[in-house]
Design a binder for this molecule. Structure first.
Ligand code: PLP
Length: 351
């Protein structure tokens, strides 16, 4: 904002410096995804736009001849709603539920009519890790022309993966899950994969996302990624310890049930507290400076139905909070959380 204020499309030296700063960030992110040469990165306003671009852009490009999309029942709202919009326009959307046979069931739905397969890497409400690599490998083996898209927002720099290993053509990521600013994200796309553009205008981002780039946000995103990339293993281990400690202490509280799988993401823990509605507990905790969310923050307390898809009954879903861990959290903070849940039970539950 202060030193490199130029417009990256401008031809003068100030513009050039802004362009170089932006390309530096792009390279840092591509390198954290394990790909510099075989892929490109499109900067967006966040993963909501990345997911919409991937889905609507693929439909725009290939949807005339092939109008089937295979996805899952547990996607983030930005994938679900984009698919719903296409369904209203006549696309066939097949939504596969999580199960033991998920990969085979998902792959079996793909056929010559399918233009897109879209699934997330880590579920944002429970931390379940989905078998993206093996599922997309099966999809590509049978139908190499199907575009594969992965919403990797909750996995990028939290789970070690290289973009190529996922067998995805398109990958969505978001800055604010990595301590970068809100309002910046990216869509990784394999070179040669063509999708339609949602916006019309200039030639920025190869015409796929015209409009002057958000240089400060992009540079911040690049800096966050460059800083977090080398610390992935250490952050993961720290959060795994915090999560294990939280599970041990939360389960010793009567009425608390853990809903995340033991082998889920170390950065996320979903639990329910019997007799307390999510929002009531959330506000009680916030008053003690403990900030958790109810289900998915994006739905502002409204239930998405995703918890039920993972077998969590409605009444427990109503009492669910989602705890997120990062490298800066401490065991003392987990202790404080457990203490305040106990406090909430004594104060708010009328026996
Ligand atoms: N996908 C997942 C899995 C998410 O958790 C989120 C946000 O929380 C998004 C997409 C949307 O990202 P953004 O807030 O950058 O639009």
């Amino acid at each position: 904002m202060r030193e490199t204020y130029g417009n990256p499309s401008s031809l003068h030296s100030m513009g050039l410096r802004a362009e170089q700063a932006m390309e530096h960030a792009r390279t840092a992110i591509l390198s954290a995804l394990g790909e510099i040469d075989s892929a490109t990165l499109l900067f967006t306003s966040g993963a909501t736009e990345s997911n919409n671009t991937a889905i609507l852009g693929t439909a725009a490009r290939y949807g005339k001849r092939r109008h089937k999309i295979v996805t899952t029942t547990v996607e983030h709202a930005s994938v679900r709603a984009a698919c719903d919009a296409l369904e209203a326009r006549g696309f066939q959307i097949v939504r596969v539920a999580p199960s033991e046979q998920f990969t085979a069931e998902f792959a079996a739905q793909i056929d010559a009519e399918t233009c897109l397969a879209s699934m997330m890497l880590v579920n944002n409400e429970t931390g379940h890790i989905l078998p993206v690599a093996e599922t997309f490998a099966a999809v590509k083996r049978a139908f190499p022309d199907v575009i594969t898209h992965c919403d990797a927002v909750q996995g990028f720099l939290k789970l070690p993966f290289r973009a190529n290993d996922l067998h995805a053509d398109l990958i969505s990521i978001s800055g604010h899950k990595l301590h970068a600013a809100k309002g910046i994200g990216a869509l990784w796309h394999r070179k040669g994969v063509r999708i339609g553009s949602l916006l019309y205008g200039g030639e920025q981002e190869h015409g796929l996302r015209p409009g002057t780039e958000a240089v400060p946000l992009i540079c911040g995103f690049g800096a966050a990624v460059a800083e977090l990339h080398p610390t992935l293993a250490a952050r993961r281990a720290h959060c795994a310890d915090l999560r294990a400690y939280a599970i041990e202490h939360l389960t010793s509280i009567a009425g608390v049930q853990i809903q995340s799988p033991p082998d889920g993401s170390p950065f996320l823990l979903s639990c329910s507290v019997q007799g307390l509605r999510s929002e009531t507990l959330l506000h009680f905790l916030a008053a003690h400076k403990i900030f958790v969310s109810s289900g998915s923050a994006c739905s502002k307390g409204k239930q998405s139905g995703v918890l039920q898809q993972f077998g969590i009954p409605r009444d427990r879903a109503d009492s669910t909070i989602r705890i997120s861990f990062c490298a800066e959290n401490t065991i003392a903070e987990v202790d404080a959380l457990c203490d305040q849940i106990l406090q909430a039970q004594t104060t708010l539950i009328h026996k």
